[in-house]
Design a protein around this ligand. Sequence first.
Ligand code: DAH
Length: 343
Amino acid sequence: MNMLDQLKALEQEALATLAAALDAASLEEWRVAVLGRKGTLTHALRGLGQLPRDERPAAGAEANRVKDRLEAAFTTRQETMQQAEIARALAAEAVDVTLPGRPPSLGRIHPSNAVLRRIYAIFGQMGFQVYDAPDVELDEVNFQLLNIPPDHPARDMQDTFYTKDPRVLLRTHTSPGQIRAMRDHAPAPLRVILPGKCFRYEQVTARSEFMFHQVEGLAVGKGITMADLKGTLQEFANQLYGAGRHLRFRCSYFPFVEPGVEVDMDCILCGGQGCRLCKYSGWLEISGAGMVHPVVLRNGGYDPEVYSGFAFGMGPERITMLKHRIDDIRYFFSNDVRFLEQF
Ligand code: DAH
C-alpha cells in the first residue's frame, strides 16, 4: 500500500473508533492512540521523511489534511460530549421554581399570655393599671409586711426557692406587689392589677406547678367597701365567662386581708347542677380576696383610719383550665407544641 492509501486507511479507522468513543475516558484514550506522541498519525508523519523525494509533496499535503481532519473531528467530538454533559447535569439538577413554597410555621400566643391579655383588657376598662413587681423578692415584702411574720403558720403553705442570701427569695404570690404599688402611690388613691410569675417549692402534680402565674388586684381609697370588691369581681366574671354569672363569697383566712373570702362562681359546665368539673358542688373557686388588712395598709404608707381598700388574687392558668377543660396544669410549661397549637 502506498503512503496516500495508508493515510486514508488510517483516517477511516481513526474516524470510526472516534465515533465509538462514548465517554471522556475513551475519548482521551483515542487522542493518545492517534494524535499522541506515540500515536498512529504521529508515527505516519515521521515516516514521510523516508519517502522518495518526488512522492513527498503529495504525501505531505495529504498527511496535513488528515491531521487537520482528525484534530477537528476530535475537537467536535469533545465539544459535543461536553454539551451533552452540561445538558444532562441541568436536567438532573433542575429546580422547579413553580413548586409552591413551604410555609414557615407561625408561632402563636401562649394560652397563659392570652388569658393574661384578656384580664388586662377587662380590668383596664374598669380603671385598673398594670403594675410590674419583681419575681425575685425580699422575705420582708413577700411575707413580713403582708402580716406574715417569720414563725407564722401561713408560711407552711408557701415554701419557695431561696437564694444564698436568706433575705432574698422567689415570690410565692403576687401579693407583695401590693406593698410596692402602695409605697409608690401613697397617699393617693390607687387601682392596679399586678400580674406575674410565682414560685412554690412543692411536689409538681396535675393541680400544682412549681411556677405559675397570678394576677393580684388592689384598690385603695377613701370609702372603699366590700361592695366594691363584689361588684368588681362580678363584672370581671361576666366579662370573662359570659353575662349573668353567679358569685359566692365564702369566709376564709388570709393574713393580709380582714375580712378574707374565697370567691366561687357557678360552674361554667353545668350551671350549678353539679358535674365532674365542679366536683358535684355546682361552684368553681376563682379567686382569694378581702379587705386590705389595716397593718398592710399602714405598711404600704396609708392611714387605715382614713383609707380602706380591697384586694384579690387569682390564677390565670386555673382560669384557662376551667375555660378549656384542661385537666393538667403541667401542660402549660412543658412546651409540647401539640398542646400549644390548640389555642
Ligand atoms: N396571695 C394569695 C395566695 O397566693 C391569694 C390571695 C388571697 C390574694 C386573698 C389576695 C387576697 O389579694 O386578698 O394564696
